[in-house]
Design a protein around this ligand. Structure first.
Ligand SMILES: [Zn+2]
Length: 392
């Protein structure tokens, strides 16, 4: 048989590999075997008709929390993956040194979706909502190095959340320790910002080219823009040198005001990710297709948006072999409808925007096989949205 599965007649959008236009995607043995204007109709196991649909690499969500059952924030990746087209999940520091072995066995190895991790510089990780860095004894770099070295196949970077609560009383010291750890293990560092202290200029003294700043559209006091909408000077310098700006929408980190100012100044974020967790999946974030739709309706073109959830996140964590439809790559593919209508999207302050299009996932293929829909875990008893985000 030539192909186990052919996704036929869709509009392929894979700007990272330069594959754009109406094409068939042929899959054999769990890998992309061919992408062409017209693949043969004989010798095919199954066909998925994608006429009128958008076919992309399986999405790569660079900021998620998928350590269900052992942490405050974690959700299960597979149910959400199957209905959103996200085949690769980067867990952004939910596990630290003490909890990583359980994350590896119970989530990474047990999930159908592909799961990678950033190791939290705090050994306790995100078992609780916050305060993980306030006791510096938990920033045990020796332990963290051991865990990284034993798990280099799945740990792709280091995570530090730097805001008023996570660091209460210890200032920049945990970030300096995360910097040291990232240098020692030679991996990128993702730093979360929001409410200071520490101040943003202090945080930027520890960032280097190739690091990832997440929550770049935050509307809190550590925002990256001056009041007039220009990038703050030290942000501009770091970005020019290769710092990666990531959205990480979440429950507290996507402001339409900031996103609109950035786009008006021609500064689209490098990567669009969700910060999917127990709270944010209840809305107004919901999922990655919804988050991508917000940027589409802000005027970004579909290929620009898709690249920011496929090739660019893959490159940011040094895995350019993933989230691509290049022949030879793992056959992780997503099929979307681009629906036209009148929709309302909201940022974390519940500021609304009316939208004309939205991306809706129609099929998610992981390693050549369509993912079946499956029931989602009920929300944790503590997973209550902030008062202002509760829709009555
Ligand atoms: Zn997060």
């Amino acid at each position: 048989m030539d192909f186990d599965l052919v996704i036929r007649g869709g509009e392929v959008v894979d700007p990272g590999s330069g594959l754009l236009g109406r094409m068939d995607v042929g899959i054999r043995g769990g890998v992309i075997a061919a992408v062409d204007r017209s693949l043969p109709t004989e010798g095919i196991g199954a066909t998925l008709d994608a006429t009128g649909k958008v076919v992309t690499p399986g999405l790569f969500d660079l900021h998620t929390h998928v350590y269900w059952g052992a942490t405050y924030w974690g959700i299960e990746p597979d149910p959400l993956a199957a209905r959103t087209g996200v085949t690769t999940w980067l867990d952004a520091g939910t596990a630290g040194g003490y909890s990583f072995p359980g994350f590896r066995r119970n989530v990474i190895e047990a999930s159908e979706a592909r799961v990678f991790a950033l190791l939290n510089v705090s050994a306790i990780g995100l078992i609780a909502p916050t305060y993980e860095l306030t006791n510096l004894d938990y920033c045990d770099l020796g332990l963290a190095r051991q865990i990284v070295d034993a798990n280099r196949d799945v740990i792709l970077g280091i995570k530090a959340r730097i805001d008023a609560n996570t660091t209460r009383g210890v200032g920049l010291e945990p970030l300096r320790l995360a910097r040291k750890l990232a240098d020692q293990v030679d991996l990128p560092m993702m730093v979360h910002i929001g409410k200071g202290p520490p101040s943003l200029d202090g945080i930027f003294t520890q960032l280097r080219a190739g690091d990832i700043l997440t929550h770049c559209c935050t509307g809190h006091d550590n925002r990256i823009l001056e009041p007039d909408g220009r990038l703050r000077d030290f942000v501009r310098r770091a970005w020019d040198e290769g710092l990666v700006l990531d959205v990480g929408h979440g429950t507290g980190s996507f402001s339409y005001e900031v996103a609109e100012q950035m786009l008006a100044a021609g500064m689209a974020p490098d990567i669009i990710s969700t910060d999917a967790h127990q709270l944010s999946i209840q809305g107004p974030m919901f999922d990655l297709p919804t988050t991508l739709s917000k940027f589409l309706n802000l005027g970004m073109a579909l290929p620009e948006v898709i690249e920011r959830a496929t090739a660019r996140p893959a490159r940011a964590v040094r895995r350019p072999d993933l989230a691509t439809l290049r022949p030879g790559a793992p056959a992780d593919v997503a099929v979307f409808a681009l629906e036209e209508g009148t929709y309302t999207f909201r940022d974390v302050f519940m500021t609304a925007r009316t939208a004309k299009v939205r991306l809706v996932n129609r099929a998610t293929i992981r390693a050549g096989k369509p993912m079946a829909q499956r029931p989602e875990q009920s929300l944790a008893p503590w997973a209550e949205l902030p008062e202002h985000q509760r829709v009555k």
